[in-house]
Structures are given as C-alpha cells and as structure tokens.
Design a protein around this ligand. Structure first.
Ligand SMILES: [Cu+2]
Length: 115
C-alpha cells in the first residue's frame, strides 16, 4: 500500500511539469465588415501558444503577438486565408494585432493574457 501511494505521488510530480508546458490553440477571425478581430481578448496557458486567424474580410490581414521581448508574426493573407502565429509564452499580458497599414490603430488588436 505504501508503495502504491509513493507511485501515486511520483505520478503527480511527473504530471505537473507536463501541465505547465501545455500548448494552447486559439482560433479567431477578421471581421468581414470592420477593422476588428472576432475578439479583443484571448487567454492561454504558459507554453506554446498558437493563434489561427481566419480572414473573412476582403482586405488583407495578418496576426502578430508582441510583448515581454516577444515578437512573432504570421503571414499576411487575403480573404479566406489563415494567418498562423505560434510562439512560446510565459505568464504575462501580451498584445495581438494586425500589422497591415494602420489596422491596429483603427482597432484591429487585442490583449492576450497568459496565466
Ligand atoms: Cu488588418
């Protein structure tokens, strides 16, 4: 019985680092009618964070994540395309935005909270 408990504790100890290195995939889209994404707030766990941004707009858009020394950018895509950014993030608050022209200033941006 003691051995079983010891094994259970060991299993828990091994499971914790795996959870801390979780990966999160977030799906958003670009509005077909405004310089906006489908959301201005995203949350993820520390670890590998992937954002897939589907462009439903006739304008070209992309997705970039920045903050805390991180700068990662997906490609610029036209209507129907998917811009993908994948980056390892620690806990903190980051910004996601479109880098095309002045789209971010017009509102095409949001906050990504990693916790
Ligand atoms: Cu844009």
């Amino acid at each position: 019985m003691k051995r079983l408990i010891a094994l259970a504790i060991l299993a828990l100890a091994l499971a914790v680092p795996a959870a801390a290195a979780a990966s999160t995939t977030l799906r958003i889209s670009a509005s077909p009618t405004a310089l906006r994404y489908s959301t201005s707030r995203l949350t993820a766990h520390p670890g590998l964070v992937t954002i897939l941004m589907t462009n439903r707009s006739p304008l070209r858009h992309d997705i970039e994540v920045k903050g805390h020394g991180v700068l990662a950018k997906g490609k610029i895509v036209g209507k129907g395309g998917v811009s993908r950014v994948s980056v390892r993030l620690k806990a903190g608050t980051y910004t996601f935005l479109c880098t095309v022209d002045s789209h971010a200033a017009a509102g095409m941006k949001g906050t990504l909270v990693v916790k």
